[in-house]
Write a protein that binds this ligand. Structure first.
Ligand SMILES: N[C@H](CCC[C@H](N)C(=O)O)C(=O)O
Length: 287
């Protein structure tokens, strides 16, 4: 069995994208982890499987897996990539991407950027989810000098710490500790943010199941919602990530709009039978 794939990214948040709309795809969790290996596989921050839509009105269903094999309910950067692919293939200017968290309408902008309605920000402690009742505007959670984060669900859990200097945070050390904090029963994506002005936020992210990535679309939505809730930014702001910027708007109706670029890196063909082998032989044959 061989499996064609695309390698895409949004601001350096990178994806292996497989179109499984007209084929059956059965990969084990171990095989997904093998494909995630950046030396012996392909490498990705998220593994994206495009499937037939499950709900009327959806263009396609998108499954999202992390490099550790766990599943996520949201991935903003991949939503833009998949929407772009579907729009290009069908010559349409709008697509509706379905995830386990809901339907996400996407549109192509004249300048080539993609805008996605990432759905409503969910702010109840049960929606994050948290281990017990708590004020999501200021959690009783701390790690070293960092405390009192905001919790936001964008279909996946985000914990947002406001800091004075985002570059001074040892993310590789505190990220995994906070991801696995007992307050977060489904673990969490961890964002450290510095508000630069009422329309600009700098953010670094530790992603659940993935580690440090250059960008996180759902995380950008979450930090903008958190900043508005704290009264720190206007409803529309630029979120500046290591890999570039996204424009995020938390609308009055509760939905969050995300606008940003997409990019195709290369295409290839996976040979799952070879993945994980240590003997000489390519696990991957590029087309
Ligand atoms: N990079 C993605 C988020 C992946 C989230 C995943 N790490 C999780 O377990 O929720 C984004 O652009 O929104």
């Amino acid at each position: 069995m061989t499996i064609p794939f695309l390698k895409m990214h949004g601001l350096g948040n990178d994806f292996v994208v497989i179109d499984a709309r007209s084929r059956t795809l059965s990969l084990t969790e171990a095989q997904v982890r093998a494909i995630a290996d950046r030396r012996t596989g392909v490498g990705f921050d998220q593994f994206i499987v495009i499937q037939p839509p499950r709900t009327q009105g959806a263009t396609a269903f998108m499954q999202i897996l992390n490099p550790d094999g766990s599943e996520s309910g949201a991935c903003g950067n991949a939503t833009r990539c998949v929407a772009h692919l579907l729009m290009e293939q069908s010559g349409i200017a709008e697509a509706v991407i379905e995830t386990i968290s809901g339907l996400l309408p996407a549109t192509a902008e004249a300048n080539g950027l993609i805008t996605v309605d990432m759905g409503p920000a969910r702010l109840d402690w049960r929606d994050i989810p948290l281990a017990g009742p708590a004020d999501t505007l200021r959690l009783d959670v701390s790690e070293g000098p960092w405390s009192g984060p905001v919790a936001v669900s964008m279909g996946n859990p985000h914990i947002v710490f406001f800091v004075d200097d985002v570059d001074a945070v040892p993310l590789e050390r505190v990220g995994p500790v906070l991801e696995h904090h007992p307050a977060f029963p489904q673990r969490a994506n961890i964002e450290f943010v510095q508000v630069l002005s009422r329309t600009e936020i700098r953010m670094r992210v530790w992603e659940r199941g993935a580690g440090i990535t250059r960008a996180c679309g759902s995380g950008s939505c979450a930090v903008q919602v958190a900043a508005v809730r704290r009264g720190l930014t206007d409803r529309r702001a630029e979120v500046v990530l290591d890999g570039g910027s996204l424009t995020i708007e938390w609308q009055e109706n509760g939905h969050v709009l995300m606008t940003g670029p997409v990019a195709l890196s290369f295409s290839g063909v996976l040979q799952p039978d070879l993945l994980g082998q240590t003997s000489v032989g390519a696990a991957l044959v590029t087309a």
